[in-house]
Design a protein around this ligand. Sequence first.
Ligand SMILES: Nc1nc2c(ncn2[C@@H]2O[C@H](COP(=O)(O)OP(=O)(O)OP(=O)(O)O)[C@@H](O)[C@H]2O)c(=O)[nH]1
Length: 454
Amino acid sequence: MRLDNQVWESRYHEAVDRLSREEAQWRTAESLLRQLVGCLGRAAHGAHDQVDPHIERLSGALQGPMDAMALEPLVNGLTEAMNNLGARPRGTHAERSIAITRVTRTEHGSSVQSALSRLVDRIIVLPRLADRANELRHDVADAGDLVALATCGDRLADLINEQRLGLQREIDALQAVLRHVTSRLDELSQYMSRELADQSTGEANGQALDASVAHEMRLLSEAALEYDDVHDLRERVNLCLETIAQCFSEFRDREGTRLTAYRDRAEKMRQRIEQLETERNTLQRSLEREHELAQTDTMIGMPNRLAYEKRIEAAFESWQTTTRPLSIAAIDIDHFKSINDTYGHTAGDAVLRIIGQALVKHVRPCDFVARYGGEEFIVLFDGADEAESMQVCERLRGKIQHLAFHASRQPVRVTASIGLAQFQPGDTPQTVFDRADLALYTAKNGGRNRCVAG
Ligand SMILES: Nc1nc2c(ncn2[C@@H]2O[C@H](COP(=O)(O)OP(=O)(O)OP(=O)(O)O)[C@@H](O)[C@H]2O)c(=O)[nH]1
């Protein structure tokens, strides 16, 4: 029971820690977003007199520690001013502003777009926000001008804000559960103390009975010596026996009352424990489900980057204590943007799903595949050295190349580039990941649809 409770409590602490870590990641994302909005502001500054004051106010506010709620009216003001520009009747002023917006977009817009797109790809949202994040990713890719990008930035800020609130709510809920469990444990410990006290009462009752019986026995043996007359002696003996019987009867009554109260308490406690057990199982199941969802990419239905980070942590720990080789492959679909642009995002999503499934199908059961983000996947080869992993990578590359995609009945060729790196003494998951990423970059620069070891 005690061990169970410890496990239970430590699970909650772990969950609270995890949520705090995720909240910290979100703070980093928020700060990136602030930088991005600053960039966007600088890019758009000078486009229009009516927009400039809003940009200046927002840029000023972004320098300080102002919270997202307080930034909202400033962002809304800017969005409204930008929208008003677009809604103006055609005329020289409107033409100028549209022209400037376009020029600005050409100079800075695409870098803002790709930065925003990378940011959306990097974030791991709560499962219930996944659809919104996905929709936003598509809208960022489709954004035609700075106004549309600014709106996307605004939506991303909302999403981040909601994510942080969501995480805070989860932390609060878990802490409430922890408080609840702790109070139940207190109840149990109070019950144990009462039982111990009750046991002492039982012992005291027994000792009192012993003392009374011993006393009567002593009187009896004295009477046996004192009384010559058998009649008197018999009377004395009878008296002693009655007293002893009386002592036993009182003892039985006291013990009976004590036992009834004890059974009552024990039954109540049994019910409480049963209830606690049911609550524990329900909460544990929902926690496990939440955990599983948090580590699943809902669009593809496979492990996400968070799952990869957990997995690599465990694999790295065991790699440090064994001589088993461990490698990481970073897989990136080639020219995926043009697949989206040509066939649409829904087709792009389908390609991602099919490639994800193909990867899972063609690695060994002991390997681990996750969607790292965007159009990038990652594979952990546990127990395979570079040469063996390279063979699997080549096989995966070939499988992707030969997957039969069609659009408007025309075959669409999809390829992927792969960067591979094996753990070497002194490595950390990050250094190996960086080497795999660099090798992927080399594969892209070398013409794509190839595997490179780093
Ligand atoms: N359909 C769809 N597109 C996505 C998703 N995640 C990221 N993308 C898109 O993937 C594209 C990645 O484009 P880039 O980073 O320019 O890379 P690329 O076009 O694959 O080119 P190379 O990697 O250099 O071969 C962007 O247009 C993203 O919007 C997604 O979940 N679904």
